[in-house]
Design a protein around this ligand. Structure first.
Ligand code: NAI
Length: 402
């Protein structure tokens, strides 16, 4: 079939298998060009199919030479509908990894559930023995709690006073005012339960209990701080509470891991276009402005450059550079005071008339479509393509599928 982008708002309901494979290949090239990283050899990535998790898996495999197990929640094609981008990217990753002799296994299903934890632990025991690194990079709007069965929803709302700012429809470039009512206590609780650290803790406890963490194993989860303009809806809002909880979990998990000489870290990463971040009000407008400023300065990075720097300089480069709260920081270039001063100076002038000239909204839009495999120069989008693509490890072991 011919596959074209079909989108509404921040959701694209189609994905292109060849384009998604191209995206994976380009990330692999970036990692290879950066050189060998003396890092882990057996890695578990939770949230491994898109965004920061996929970039982490690619960096571990092609930078460190690691065998990887990746867990994600994606949809296969039924022949009429395309698969999700994360499905195609996982398939492409496995093909590329296996082609150079790197072990790669995937689990597709709800990482919050006990069943998927069980399957993943079994896979690790069978294929890796133990893991040296666990990357926790899930981003989800909801979680069914495995102990209580409660369905918890995460919301993106301020806490305290209502928040008024401006936001952009990045498809049309129309900038509008947005007013968001504050969250109530119940919404805060549920957001923390979805995006906070509890599930990360469940994973690490389960791995520890079954002796599947290697001596001195490391685990890392990703957080965000960002600029003053987004603080009310991000860092000081419901999702920020969840990130506070995630960061506190790193400290408590480090204590649990002492007995194997291991550590748990949070890395604060840069704002980037991903499926998760495009859903947050105000953030796409900020990211568009940030991209223009950082590209002009030559300091722009994507997910893959961020994870390469995280692995090669911080985690395995001998210079963790922890901040006063014990966090790794690779958002340093984003939060460079000169960059943020420019953001603050330009922000008030951004409106529908000026957005194309003052920001990199065109770059944002292009990157959004590339998340789904569209817009790569060297892909022939006029060619007939089969939407049904197998993920090799799931095809050979259907029991590990969804
Ligand atoms: P993303 O939307 O690109 O990736 C989310 C991943 O989680 C996908 O692999 C998806 O399949 C998986 N997933 C979602 N629900 C699942 C479930 N129930 N079971 C199994 N897998 C599931 O997200 P992104 O942006 O890469 O976010 C990852 C982490 O990075 C999050 O903690 C986010 O807050 C953090 N982060 C993101 C930044 C950004 O600008 N995008 C900046 C700094 C941190």
């Amino acid at each position: 079939m011919l596959i074209e982008p079909r989108f509404r708002g921040f959701i694209c309901t189609t994905a292109h298998p060849t384009g998604c494979a191209e995206s994976v290949r380009r990330q692999i090239e970036t990692v290879r060009a950066a050189g060998r990283i003396p890092g882990p050899k057996r890695v578990l990535v939770l949230g491994a199919s898109t965004g920061y998790g996929l970039a982490s898996r690619i960096t571990a495999a092609f930078g460190c030479g690691a065998a990887t197990v990746g867990v994600s929640f994606e949809r296969a094609s039924d022949g009429n509908r395309t698969a999700t981008a994360g499905w195609y990217q996982t398939a492409a990753f496995e093909q590329e990894a296996r082609a150079v002799g790197l072990g790669a296994w995937s689990v597709n299903g709800d990482a919050f559930s006990d069943e998927i934890k069980r399957q993943t632990l079994d896979l690790i025991r069978d294929h890796l023995g133990k893991v040296d690194l666990v990357v926790y990079s899930l981003a989800s709007p909801r979680r069914t709690h495995p102990r209580t069965g409660e369905v918890l929803n995460s919301v993106l709302k301020p806490i305290g006073p209502p928040y008024a700012s401006k936001t952009v429809d990045f498809h049309t470039g129309v900038v509008t005012d947005v007013a968001i009512e504050p969250a109530n206590d119940e919404e805060i609780r549920q957001t923390v339960a979805v995006m906070g650290g509890e599930d990360w803790g469940f994973w690490i406890d389960a791995l520890l209990a079954e002796g599947l963490l290697a001596p001195a194993a490391t685990t890392i989860a990703y957080s965000y701080i960002g600029p003053a303009v987004t603080h009310p809806v991000y860092r000081e809002g419901t999702i920020g509470r969840a990130k506070d909880d995630l960061e506190a979990t790193a400290l408590s998990l480090s204590k649990h891991l002492e007995r194997i000489g291991g550590h748990a870290y949070v890395s604060v990463n840069k704002a980037l276009v991903t499926q998760a971040s495009s859903a947050i009000p105000v953030v796409p407008l900020y990211v568009s402005l940030l991209y223009r400023i950082m590209k002009a300065r030559g300091t722009h990075e994507g997910c893959i450059e961020q994870t390469v720097r995280l692995f090669s300089e911080r985690l395995y480069g001998g210079s963790l550079g922890l901040d006063e709260k014990g966090r790794i920081r690779v958002d340093d270039l984003e939060l460079d005071p000169a960059v943020q001063a420019e953001v603050a100076a330009v922000w008030p002038s951004v409106d529908t008339d000026t957005i194309e000239s003052l920001t990199d909204i065109a770059g944002y839009r292009a990157e959004f479509f590339r998340l789904f495999g569209f817009g790569f120069d060297d892909v022939d989008y006029g060619a007939d393509v089969d939407p049904e693509v197998d993920i090799p490890s799931l095809a050979t072991d259907p029991g590990a599928g969804d």
